[in-house]
Design a protein around this ligand. Structure first.
Ligand code: ATP
Length: 374
């Protein structure tokens, strides 16, 4: 089993920086997601962990030992390239046992380890079948078996479910996660799908343009995004931004949006005069007649138990997720109230979140009883 520590990992291809001074830690046994849009450097990061690409600088500590310049063969990590890349002329048993046979592992041990893997994957009944006629789910299990049988320190997977249709993808995602829980092996998994990352991962690192924007538990990233990029990339619909200009003093616990007073958790550091954005998730925007901050309903989208209401406000367009039973009409002007505890505040110039003291709300409550500053 393995812990993987990434320290100041950097990769340039000529003048182009694909991965910039990355830092994160994959703890032993974690299912760890590398998430971000196409071209953000996920695969390059994974390939460096595998040893298929050498970093320009930085460290990759595998159980405390720096392997950054060690070739792939010396790392004891299994890269599950493509789930469907099997040897077509071999049966299931020979596909799975291939890595052991090529290492010269004794026959009796090979047999015992393949049987064990077949049991873990639930494919004992097809173990002597040719791979040609297998369903895509079984082919995927066999490909996984070939990686598992080596008992590597960690598994690396690059969009393994990418080619599958939605329903099958969901089933395989559940199966992969369950398999991981049974085996407890450290896994690093690349995806551009934020839902897949949230559903499967113990931790997520979100990358953009080669930079690690944030890493941590899915819920922490969802609730407290470190940057506006993360706030928009995670969540569907994404986090709303209400734009305003101000200078805020340390300890401020209210902002004014077009004259309306909006309480927020206490700001820890003062800010210079500039452009800021209040971040609020759609499910934390409530329609409330008595609220001073108001918006115009421009559209509603029925989603079964909830509906998404689009609103135009003087500080930008936002969306609210409310129960579908709640009556609301396009063209109506409504008051908007936000769940104070869940608000984020961003410097709109840098995109970085500002530190808010959420514990401060325990003392002042969430009801608008706040100290006014400035
Ligand atoms: P995708 O999901 O599209 O694969 P990604 O996040 O995995 O995206 P990478 O494959 O890591 O992104 O690529 C990051 C950037 O580095 C891209 O702009 C890519 O074109 C560039 N890149 C990757 N490998 C090389 C290379 N060998 N030479 C030059 N540029 C490269």
């Amino acid at each position: 089993m393995a812990e993987i520590v990434i320290r100041n990992l950097h990769k340039a291809f000529g003048d182009f920086v694909a991965v910039k001074e990355s830092n994160f830690t994959v703890h032993d046994g974690e299912f760890f997601m590398l998430l971000g849009p196409s071209g953000c450097g996920k695969t390059t990061t994974l390939r460096m962990i595998a040893g298929l690409e050498l970093p320009t600088s930085g460290q990759i500590l595998l159980d405390g030992q720096d392997v950054a310049q060690v070739p792939a063969s010396g790392r004891d990590i299994a890269f599950v390239f493509q789930m469907f890349a099997l040897y077509p002329h071999m049966n299931v048993r020979n596909n799975i046992s291939y890595p052991l046979r090529s290492q010269g592992v004794p026959r009796a041990e090979v047999r015992q380890r393949v049987d064990e893997v077949a049991r873990i994957l639930g494919i004992e009944d097809i173990i002597d079948r040719p791979v040609g006629g297998l369903s895509s789910g079984d082919r995927q299990r066999v490909a996984l078996g070939r990686a598992i049988v080596r008992r590597p320190k960690a598994f690396l997977m690059d969009e393994p479910l990418g080619a599958l249709d939605a329903e099958f993808r969901e089933r395989m995602a559940e199966e992969l996660r369950a398999l991981h829980d049974r085996m407890g092996a450290t896994t690093v998994y690349v995806t551009h799908d934020q839902l897949e990352a949230m559903q499967m991962g113990d931790k997520i690192v979100v990358m953009n343009h080669g930079v690690v924007e944030q890493w941590g538990k899915p819920q922490d990233i969802y609730d407290f995004p470190a940057t506006m990029f993360v706030a928009e990339f995670i969540g569907s619909p994404p986090m709303n931004f209400l734009h305003f200009e101000a200078s805020l003093e340390a300890g401020a616990s209210v902002v004014f949006l077009s004259g309306a007073r909006v309480p927020l958790p206490r700001l820890e550091m003062p800010t210079a005069r500039g452009r800021y954005a209040l971040g609020v998730r759609p499910e934390h925007v409530r329609l409330s007649d008595d609220a001073a901050f108001r918006g115009l309903v421009t559209a509603t989208e029925y989603l079964g138990t909830t509906q998404i209401v689009s609103l135009a406000t003087p500080n930008g367009d936002i969306k609210s997720r409310i129960p579908s039973g709640q009556r609301v009409q396009v063209g109506e002007r409504v008051g908007l109230r936000f769940n104070t505890q869940t608000l984020s505040l961003f410097d709109a110039e840098t995109g970085q979140a500002l530190a808010l003291d959420r514990a401060s709300l325990a003392a002042t409550g969430d009801s608008g009883k706040v100290r006014i500053h400035g």
